[in-house]
Design a protein around this ligand. Structure first.
Ligand code: CMC
Length: 392
């Protein structure tokens, strides 16, 4: 039997060194490459932040323009990829489609990839950031039974994505600038979060030298769970289940009851024990967007605010330092933009893609990098002899 540090959930294990994202959970600080998240959310764009995550510095105007051209150049997917979607029933969960179709990119790009070559890694990064909106929008169109819309390079990254979601052939559609700005900001807020479960999954898969698109697909799979990116969908389902402000105390009691598996979705975080700085920004944006869209009386926003208010005064949540996280208000914005609940986690995946691939690039370039291989504390039977079946 070996003796190893037992650390379930890796609460005190640093699995890598990284220059990308800094979090101080006690102070509620989140920095991408040193830049505070609130400044990036207010002043930057998702593509600029993607560049920052990949290359470590904010781009000059020329660098951003070159990066944007490269992303638009790679945003088409092979026509035959459409056939993957046709294999899914209309009610397939979009995260199931996303995971599968992103994984299938590894069949289109494999022999040409050299994970030890920085230029090859860079092109993989551009490809996945470019193709993720196209694949995500195709999953959406398949889900609602409409024809796929091709990318439009005259639009911004987020504008193009919204166009692929909501426009239809032979119909006029103009991207709503309020929706474009709000979604772009949400993508920035989701872009990286150091060694969370899905990013750790991408790194662990990537540490074997596997195809990077397969590694990103494994990140999508890990993200889907309700304890991680699936929480945004779970929050809206929870708000629907609560139904009315008068039911909030009953659900707060359920969340506190250790015999009841119900948890307040969108509450609590492994690292943030003061507040989640992303939630503070999203809460503000949520009010602004709903106001601008003339939906400020949204009953679910009222319900969410009441839930937050009661929980933050409750000893159970205070003692355990449980605060609203990034997923608590994001779903209310997505819904206001006309996005169905089951699609929310795809938006998280879209936002997290530059973070996943930047972490994969960093890992692949790290000379200290070894295959990820945790050990265990064995708790099973001691050595014993085989017993033939007639004697058991
Ligand atoms: N509702 C009720 N109780 C909770 C909640 C909650 N949402 N979150 C944690 N607790 C309790 C938990 O029961 C435990 O109590 P006790 O000490 O009495 O056993 C204590 O708080 C510590 O919880 P934990 O499960 O040990 O904490 P963790 O760091 O392992 O889990 C978490 C963090 C985010 C998975 C968890 O808080 C949770 O399940 N939250 C709801 C799901 C959610 O919103 N997830 C999104 C996370 S942020 C976005 C992302 O990273 O994807």
């Amino acid at each position: 039997f070996g003796y190893f540090t037992y650390d379930p959930g890796f609460t005190s294990t640093a699995s890598c060194r990284s220059d990308i994202t800094f979090i101080d959970g006690d102070e509620g600080i989140l920095l991408y490459r040193g830049y505070p998240i609130d400044q990036l959310a207010e002043k930057s764009s998702f593509l600029e932040v993607s560049y920052l995550l990949l290359y470590g510095e904010l781009p000059t105007a020329d660098q951003l323009s070159e990066f944007t051209s490269s992303i638009t150049r790679h945003n088409m997917v092979n026509e035959s990829l459409k056939n993957f979607f046709n294999g899914f029933h209309y009610d397939a969960h979009p995260m199931a489609m996303l995971t599968a179709v992103v994984g299938s990119l590894s069949a289109f790009y494999h022999e040409s990839i050299d994970v030890n070559d920085p230029a090859s890694r860079e092109i993989c990064a551009h490809r996945i950031i470019a193709k993720m909106p196209t694949i995500s929008a195709a999953a959406f169109k398949h889900m609602i039974g409409e024809p796929f819309i091709y990318p439009q390079n005259t639009l911004s990254y987020t504008g193009n994505f919204l166009n692929m979601l909501f426009s239809r052939p032979n119909e006029d559609y103009e991207v709503n600038p309020i929706a474009e700005k709000a979604l772009d900001q949400l993508l920035i807020l989701h872009a990286d979060h150091e060694q969370n479960a899905s990013t750790s999954t991408v790194r662990l898969a990537g540490s074997t030298g596997t195809n990077p698109f397969a590694a990103i697909a494994s990140g999508c799979a890990a993200l889907w769970g309700p304890a991680h990116g699936g929480a945004n969908e779970a929050v809206l389902n929870m708000l629907e289940e609560i139904g009315d402000v008068s039911n909030v105390p009953k659900f707060i009691d359920k969340a506190k009851d250790k015999e009841d598996p119900f948890r307040l979705m969108g509450f609590g975080h492994r690292v943030y024990k003061n507040y989640d700085p992303r939630a503070t920004i999203i809460r503000k944006t949520c009010h602004e967007v709903l106001n601008e869209l003339g939906m400020s009386n949204d009953p679910q926003l009222e319900l969410a605010m009441r839930l937050e208010e009661i929980a933050l005064q409750d000893e159970y949540f205070v003692e355990r330092k449980l605060y609203p996280n990034v997923d608590f208000y994001s779903g209310i914005i997505y819904r206001a933009l006309g996005i169905p609940t089951e699609f929310f986690t795809v938006l998280f995946a879209l936002g997290r893609t530059p973070g996943w691939i930047a972490q994969w690039m960093e890992m692949s370039a790290d000379p200290e990098q070894r295959i990820g291989r945790p050990r265990q504390i064995y708790t099973g039977a001691a050595t014993r002899d085989y017993v033939s079946i007639d004697k058991r």
